[in-house]
Each structure stands twice: as structure tokens, then as C-alpha cells.
Ligand binder design. Structure first.
Ligand code: AMP
Length: 122
């Protein structure tokens, strides 16, 4: 991973920025210099975890080539957390934009599992 993406900041003024800055608590499952994984406050399944970069990127469409390694890392952490939670099958979701259901504009991956999941989503 490039040193640029390692130079993480949590400056985004969202609720996830506040979690990263330690201003509000979360139920953390994994943390490293690049990202944080914690339980969703309103779980949609028995396991519902969010993986967020420490670097503030509002949405996936704002990511560029310089974020390539970071995005790969987030996916690997999502798989790590899913395994940690005992899941063999799960869904990884990134909502991008309000019409797609994004409500917090700090990039995040949902890791959802522990029950059968219908497709397509609503
Ligand atoms: P999205 O709708 O894709 O932007 O997802 C945002 C998610 O953040 C939702 O599933 C919320 O339940 C979750 N969420 C919002 N605030 C918190 C919080 N303080 N701690 C944990 N999860 C949160």
C-alpha cells in the first residue's frame, strides 16, 4: 500500500469521522492503521459489520487510482471479519449515493450474514 493512503486522516465530518476520532463509541471488531471494522448500530442480520477507511472518502465514486490498494485492503478486512464472525457465506455491500441507500457519506463496506439473504435487494 502506498504511503499516501497510509497517511490516513479522519477529518470527514460524518458520524463515522466522529467514531474514528473516538468522539463516540463503537463496538469495534478489527482495527489497523488503514481501517476500522465495527458492528452496525441497526443490524439487518445476525451479523452486520461496517468496514471503513481511516482516510475520509465520501463515496466509492470519489475514489481514484491512488486508493487502489486501500480498496483491496478493505475487501480483505471484510473477509477477515466475516470469518472472525464465523460466517462462510455473507454479502458485502457498498451503497453509493442516496438513491442507492447511502446515508453516511464516508465510504463503508457492509458485511451482512448469519441468515439467508434474498436477491435482488429492494
Ligand atoms: P448506508 O445506508 O450504506 O450509508 O449505511 C450506513 C450505516 O451506518 C447504516 O446501516 C446505519 O445503521 C449505520 N450507522 C449509523 N450510525 C452508526 C453508528 N453510530 N454506529 C454504527 N453504525 C451506524
Amino acid at each position: 500500500m502506498s504511503s499516501e493512503s497510509s497517511a490516513a486522516s479522519a477529518s470527514g465530518d460524518t458520524i463515522f469521522g466522529r467514531i474514528l476520532r473516538g468522539e463516540i463509541p463503537c463496538d469495534a471488531l478489527y482495527s489497523d492503521e488503514h481501517c476500522l471494522a465495527f458492528r452496525d448500530v441497526a443490524p439487518q442480520a445476525p451479523v452486520h459489520v461496517l468496514v471503513i477507511p481511516r482516510q475520509s472518502i465520501a463515496r466509492l465514486s470519489d475514489a481514484g487510482h491512488e486508493h487502489e490498494a486501500l480498496l483491496g485492503h478493505l475487501l480483505l478486512v471484510a473477509a477477515r471479519v466475516a470469518h472472525q464472525e464465523g460466517l462462510s457465506d455473507w454479502r458485502t455491500v457498498i451503497n453509493t449515493g442516496g438513491e442507492a441507500g447511502q446515508t453516511v457519506f464516508h465510504l463503508h463496506l457492509h458485511v451482512i450474514g448469519g441468515r439467508p439473504l434474498a436477491w435482488p435487494p429492494g
